[in-house]
Design a protein around this ligand. Structure first.
Ligand code: 13P
Length: 249
């Protein structure tokens, strides 16, 4: 019932040339299938990406968005600007933004709202650090991250959203959560949303991120509540990313 979703988060990698090559390889070689695929390049490559992806099955997303609509906010990019470049998705609350740029749950909630207001679909990232997992407070931390958004946006805003569970200890470390570890958190996220609305929870795509590779994607995506992936490093290589997309059907 839920269509699987696989998105590549390129982070701050590549050049205009390598981005163009990667996009063309993806468009040329993605085989049709029952899953949705998106890529999230850096802002400055969105215009090129829009042109290459036009008419393809690959959707475009951005990695960040301003919480403001317009005005004197030097260096910021608004949700309507992203729409100008055919973005359908935007990542909000990535752990790198939370940890390195001080984005609090409150800021993430405002960004989530800015996206929803404009008709962009937020990919909301949540996840615990290694210390928090070892302390046994994973569910509490993720519950708080979710509640911060549910409280401000309301459960109806989740109709258009994707949630990405990204354990911080698994991002870029090569240490993937086991399918059972990830499934347990995904089920918890779904039940938390179900407490507000069963139907929305049942339709909500919850994807896993953190060292997903071509070799471990199938076993993760086979779990009941894992509806695809948010892929970092492996999304920079066309062959690996295409193979991961293939695993999500
Ligand atoms: P890696 O796949 O490189 O671990 O990154 C995951 C991630 O942060 C995706 O948003």
């Amino acid at each position: 019932m839920r269509q699987p979703f696989v998105a590549g988060n390129w982070k701050m990698n590549g050049s205009r040339e390598s981005a163009g090559r990667l996009l063309e390889d993806l468009v040329r070689n993605l085989s049709p299938g029952n899953r949705e695929v998106a890529v999230c390049p850096p802002f400055v490559y969105l215009a090129d990406a829009m042109r290459v992806l036009k008419g393809s099955e690959i959707a475009l997303g951005a990695q960040n968005v301003s919480e403001e609509e317009s005005g004197a906010f030097t260096g910021e990019v608004s949700a309507t600007m992203l729409q100008d470049f055919d973005c359908a998705y935007v990542i909000v609350g990535h752990s790198e933004r939370r940890a390195l740029y001080g984005e609090t749950d409150e800021v993430v909630a405002r960004k989530f709202m800015a996206a929803v207001r404009t008709g962009l679909r937020p990919i909301l990232c949540v996840g615990e650090t290694l210390e928090q997992r070892e302390e046994g407070i994973t569910d509490k931390i993720i519950g708080e991250q979710l509640d911060a958004i549910l409280g401000v946006a309301g459960v109806h805003a989740f109709k258009e959203a994707v949630v990405a569970y990204e354990p911080v200890w698994a991002i870029g470390t090569g240490q993937t959560a086991s399918p059972d570890q990830a499934q347990a958190v995904h089920a918890m996220i779904r039940s938390r949303v179900a407490a507000a609305d069963d139907t929305i929870a049942a339709g909500l795509r919850i994807v896993y991120g953190g060292s997903v590779k071509a070799t471990n994607a199938s076993e993760l995506f086979a779990m009941e509540d894992i509806d695809g992936g948010l892929i970092g490093g492996a999304s920079l290589d066309a062959e690996s990313f295409l193979s991961i997309c293939q695993s999500a059907e």
